[in-house]
Design a binder for this molecule. Structure first.
Ligand code: TYM
Length: 332
């Protein structure tokens, strides 16, 4: 049976990129797949997290999934550290993945920056834990934004090597699902950089809890160029910031980029930014209000996560047992 697994790190405030690139697609897929959505707190601690902030952000990411429309009855929503099989399978996969494979991971290079020697060991083996997340549920499909493509290719390589090494088709090779008009939402300050929770500038991103004023201010200050809006998709060339804002508009309004060009081509950015602000506020404020409602009732979020962890564990444990048997671990 087709099964989805996907996750978001609670490593800061959830962004419009997380919503448009991932969570919104999950909502569209939830009727057609058995789906498991995870707040990956174990991934988050690969870089320093203040413990109180981590608790808050874990609830906030769960609230974001719920507020966006992920149904916790139909799907499983849980936080990773509550199902210990992730760590256990992660270790086995650490012993399957090769150093050479991890050395090619561009996200480690970006996150570790110039001080590689100072990065945590967890950050280095992060993609192995991500493979464990997916394979623990024998997930067949993984809906993510474009930035996770390389990690998913690695997850497939790890699954294949495990199956080959032990001569048994234990894991299906998971298929990435990267779709929609906003697979890569860029920073509002620099159109060549991904919009990210960890960008030092608040003005680089729209957060899912931003209120109407904050959204308006960030869009007003978003970088553009002196030319009018292009009237066709070939008119962007190196106008990365213009393309990004128009892509965001298209994604929020379920329109193709070419249709956004047709509607706003020739106009000034000042007018377009006003339209984008109105649209963003109209689409995002119901979600941010619902997130706030959940955040005011942490016991409700915790109950959903607890129930999700129990149901996730019921799927994960037999798979972990199978892996232990295949590997040769004695289970007396
Ligand atoms: P994370 O927390 O960075 O992002 C969560 C999801 O949001 C997508 N995303 C974006 N999409 C479009 N534009 C952007 N600017 C943007 N920023 C983030 C990401 O592609 C992702 O789908 N390693 C993962 C979390 C993870 C995971 C997993 C995902 C852990 N285990 C297993 C899938 C399956 C991450 O750091 O996502």
């Amino acid at each position: 049976m087709d099964r989805i697994f996907s996750g978001v790190q609670p490593s800061g405030n959830m962004t419009l990129g997380n919503y448009l690139g991932a969570i919104r697609n999950w909502v569209k897929l939830q009727d057609d797949y058995e789906s498991i959505f995870c707040v990956v707190d174990m991934h988050a601690i690969t870089v320093w997290q203040d413990p109180d902030d981590l608790r808050r952000a874990t609830r906030e990411v769960a609230a974001g999934m719920l507020a966006a429309g992920v149904d916790p009855k139909k799907n499983i929503i849980f936080n990773q550290s509550n199902v210990s099989a992730h760590a256990e399978l992660g270790w086995v996969l650490n012993c399957v993945a090769r150093l050479g494979w991890l050395n090619r991971m561009t996200q480690f290079k970006e996150k570790a920056g110039k001080h590689k020697e100072n990065a945590s060991c967890g950050l280095y083996v992060y993609p192995n834990l991500m493979a464990a997340d997916i394979l623990l549920y024998k997930a067949t499909h993984v809906p993510v934004g474009d930035d996770q493509k390389q990690h998913l290719e690695l997850a497939r390589d790890i699954a294949q090597k495990f199956n080959n090494d032990f001569g048994k088709e234990v894991f299906p090779l998971p298929d990435p699902m990267i779709f929609g008009t906003a697979t890569r939402v860029m920073s509002l300050r620099d159109g060549s950089k991904k919009m990210s929770k960890s960008d030092p500038s608040e003005y680089a991103r729209i957060g899912m809890t931003d209120d109407a004023d904050a959204i308006a201010k960030k869009i007003r200050k978003a970088k553009t160029d002196p030319h009018p809006i292009p009237d066709n998709v070939d008119g962007f060339e190196d106008r990365l910031e213009a393309k990004n804002l128009m892509n965001i508009y298209g994604a929020l309004n379920d329109m193709k980029l070419e249709d956004v060009c047709a509607e706003y081509g020739g106009q000034s950015f000042a007018d377009f930014k006003k339209a984008l602000t109105d649209l963003a506020v109209a689409k995002l404020s119901p979600i941010s209000e619902e997130m706030k409602r959940y955040m005011d009732d942490p016991a409700q979020i915790d109950a959903i996560l607890r129930d999700g962890a129990e149901r996730a564990n019921a799927i994960a444990q037999p798979v972990l047992d199978e892996v232990k048997d295949v590997v040769g671990f004695l289970r007396p």
